[in-house]
Ligand binder design. Structure first.
Ligand SMILES: Nc1ncnc2c1ncn2[C@@H]1O[C@H](COP(=O)(O)OP(=O)(O)O)[C@@H](O)[C@H]1O
Ligand SMILES: [Mg+2]
Length: 233
């Protein structure tokens, strides 16, 4: 028995079939990666290089064509769809380029949505209190009754971060989280992610195409031609 990391990708590949042809397009080729608890990892790479594809595999939104992903002592390839959905809801938080908040709900209601899922096994008694505490942490306690339309882009994205954290995930995945923000809001959001990683020990994997933002993470990798390379200055 080997000693598994918190998250381990072993020889992952991903290809997509071409409709009406027997050939396929390789996107990810033989990627291996070890992630330890408390890591803060940035993945950079050109548009179309497969960054979102890779993050979706880690986030159990998709399955690799070959290779295995071990997460928290489980081999994800061996899990059924139902079990994967539970991992996704309970153990992984997602932040995307668009905040995807529900416009008709308040900030507080939006961040409570992930707690409504039936399998909320580790749901705490006072999830409302946790939501308010997290909103205070990101500087939005005063705005918790506002609706997304009344917030700035940066505030919406900070709300999305709180929503991603509400179920106490072990891993936070962020796919170009600053992609629709202005420079100042982007800096602010990255600082929040760095603080969360340091102060709350949240393991973080962030995809970005901005090198200066990637450098704020502890480790950097570059995805190029389907391969993941350590990115050293
Ligand atoms: N479901 C899919 N079917 C076919 N091709 C896809 C699919 N998803 C992504 N691709 C292709 O895979 C490549 C990588 O996409 P993506 O992971 O979104 O790149 P990035 O996030 O680095 O911009 C692109 O060429 C894209 O068109
Ligand atoms: Mg992408």
């Amino acid at each position: 028995m080997k000693n598994p990391s918190f998250l381990e990708l072993e020889h992952i590949s991903k290809h997509y079939g071409i409709p009406h042809k027997s050939s396929y397009v390789p996107i990810l080729k033989d990627i291996s990666l070890r992630v330890e608890t408390g890591d803060a990892i940035a993945i950079v790479g050109p548009s179309g290089s497969g960054k979102s594809t890779l993050l979706n595999l880690i986030g159990t939104l998709d399955r690799p064509s070959t290779g295995s992903i071990f997460f928290d002592d489980r081999n994800l390839s061996e899990l059924k769809e139902r079990e994967l959905a539970k991992v996704r809801n309970q153990d992984i938080g997602f932040v995307f380029q668009q905040h995807h908040l529900l416009p008709q709900c308040t900030v507080l209601e939006n961040v409570l949505i992930p707690t409504l899922a039936e399998a909320a096994a580790k749901q705490e008694n006072n999830v409302h209190e946790r939501a308010v505490q997290l909103l205070e942490y990101v500087g939005l306690k005063e705005r918790m009754d506002a609706r997304p339309g009344q917030l700035s882009g940066g505030e919406c994205q900070r709300t999305a971060v709180v929503r991603a954290l509400i179920n106490r995930p072990k891993l936070l995945l962020a796919d170009e989280p600053t992609g629709s923000l202005d420079h100042a809001s982007a800096e602010n959001l990255i600082q929040l992610l760095v603080d969360l990683n340091k102060e709350q020990d949240i393991t973080l994997i962030m995809v970005t195409h901005a090198l200066h933002l990637a450098q704020r993470m502890k480790k950097q990798f570059e995805l190029l031609d389907g391969k993941l390379h350590p990115h050293n200055e």
